[in-house]
Design a protein around this ligand. Structure first.
Ligand code: GDP
Length: 436
């Protein structure tokens, strides 16, 4: 999901790198490419229009930022607009003050309602709730059995009409299930309703009748994210026919282009609450617009780094350091200053963990020894200003003094000084290459 869109957006935004200033023409052409990428991903046209208009307006009006270069600024704007289009804040379930809360699931057949009922039941149970699953899909053969199977997997009881009890009346089953929940003290009732392959009046009427019988606290519209453009029409039909308070996207693990996910919030005005991404009961999570946006942008949590850089950025200090690196004048004093500035942003392992590809280095990150940084800090602090400015003067007796003063072994002091010289040489070479 989103792979193609992600690749396209990443490459469009990469083209901006290295530009010192963005002209209006740069912004126009970037917007044009973003527009094509979104349309190719099946995002609904009104959504694309609104999105592009926002990006253009904000990018052209963007203030000159000292912390971010123009490309980063556009990335930030695109990210923020993606978050907005996906709903902004994470929306939690609304539960009733007086239990049981009632959650009604509606959607087309095959959207993943029954599977979702099991997932949601298991998740709620994990949150300390005592849900009851209710089988009101009495149309599809096997729907009741299927719910019983997922209920068992989820460890949640299922309320269903007795087998052999004729077709049954789903509205009545729903009504009775509330009494059962009160009796057996279930705090949440999850009602699975019937779907059809296409939108039809009778299905809508039945869902609306169940709704009226149980006054749900939430009506969740379950939407298969694999269905492209048609998703928007289905969502509108359900909004008008039954109404819903939130959306659940299913099959996000598929290779759909992502248009439904990006359009549904804007088109229906209702937030996405959960996302389903596989057939197993655990393939399910709360939907976080911000995380989804950075996934679409394919930039790991680079965006959080941008944000933190903005918060902690000190232009003067950075320029001073860059100059010193280039001219080989970097001292241990500067080194200490830089280290403190970076550590202000949080534990180094967390910062490294935000870089794309960091997932593969999880083990190394877990081993990252924050204490070695403490040790380095202590050693530099144990030096005199003259030693920090010119580490070459640190002879054997100075090393001994520093190691005693900072409570480390002499070899630690040796290590630091050697590594500092190596690092300075390497940085100077790199700076030369990049023309700093
Ligand atoms: P319902 O008719 O709306 O109740 O849909 P079902 O729950 O029976 O799901 C229809 C099919 O989609 C089943 O084969 C499910 O295993 C599958 N399914 C449901 N959710 C997901 C999902 O998130 N990812 C994938 N890959 N398959 C899913």
């Amino acid at each position: 999901m989103f792979d193609t869109l992600s690749d396209r957006l990443t490459s469009v935004l990469k083209n901006l790198r290295g530009k010192g200033r963005l002209s209006d023409a740069d912004i126009d052409s970037t917007c044009r490419e973003i527009r094509i990428a979104l349309l190719e991903a099946d995002v609904a046209l009104p959504v694309v229009r609104a999105f592009i208009a926002q990006i253009k307006e904000r990018a052209k009006g963007a203030e000159v930022s000292q912390a971010l270069n123009p490309a980063q600024q556009v990335v930030k704007i695109v990210d923020e607009e993606l978050v907005a289009i996906l709903g902004g804040e994470t929306r939690r379930l609304n539960l009733a003050k007086n239990p049981p809360s009632v959650i009604l699931l509606a959607g087309l057949q095959g959207a993943g309602k029954t599977t979702l009922a099991g997932k949601l039941a298991k998740w709620l149970r994990g949150q300390g709730h005592t849900p009851l699953l209710v089988a009101c899909d009495l149309q599809r053969p096997n729907a009741v059995t299927q719910l019983q199977v997922v209920g068992e997997q989820a460890g949640v009881p299922v309320y269903a009409p007795e087998p052999g009890n004729g077709v049954g009346n789903p509205v009545e089953v729903a009504r009775q299930s509330i009494l059962e929940a009160e009796r057996a003290q279930h705090d949440i009732v999850l009602v699975d309703t019937a779907g059809r392959l296409g939108v039809d009046e009778e299905m809508m009427r039945q869902a609306a009748d169940i709704r009226d019988a149980v006054s749900p606290d939430e009506i969740l519209f379950v939407l298969d994210a694999m269905v492209g453009q048609d998703a928007v029409n289905t969502a509108e039909a359900f909004r008008d026919g039954v109404g819903f308070t939130g959306v659940v996207l299913t099959k996000l693990d598929g290779d759909a282009r992502g248009g439904a996910a990006l359009s549904v919030r804007h088109v229906t005005g209702q937030p996405i609450l959960f996302a389903s991404n596989g057939e197993k009961l655990d393939d399910f999570d709360v939907f976080h617009p911000d995380r989804m946006a950075s996934r679409i942008l394919g930039m790991g949590d680079v965006l959080s780094l941008i944000e933190q850089a903005e918060q902690h950025f000190d232009q003067e200090q950075a320029e001073k350091a860059a100059h010193k690196i280039g001219s080989g004048e970097l001292t241990l004093e500067d080194f200490l200053e830089q280290m403190l500035a970076i550590r202000k942003m949080g534990p180094i392992a967390n910062l490294l963990g935000m870089l794309p590809g960091a997932g593969q280095m999880k083990d190394q990150l877990a081993d990252f020894d924050e204490k070695s940084l403490d040790r380095m800090q202590a050693i530099i602090r144990g030096m005199t200003p003259a030693e920090r400015a010119d580490p070459k003067i640190i002879n054997a007796s100075r090393r001994l003094r520093i190691s005693r003063g900072s409570g480390v072994a002499v070899s630690d002091v040796n290590d630091l000084v050697t590594r500092f010289f190596d690092a300075r040489k390497m940085m100077q070479q790199m700076a030369g290459r990049f023309g700093m």
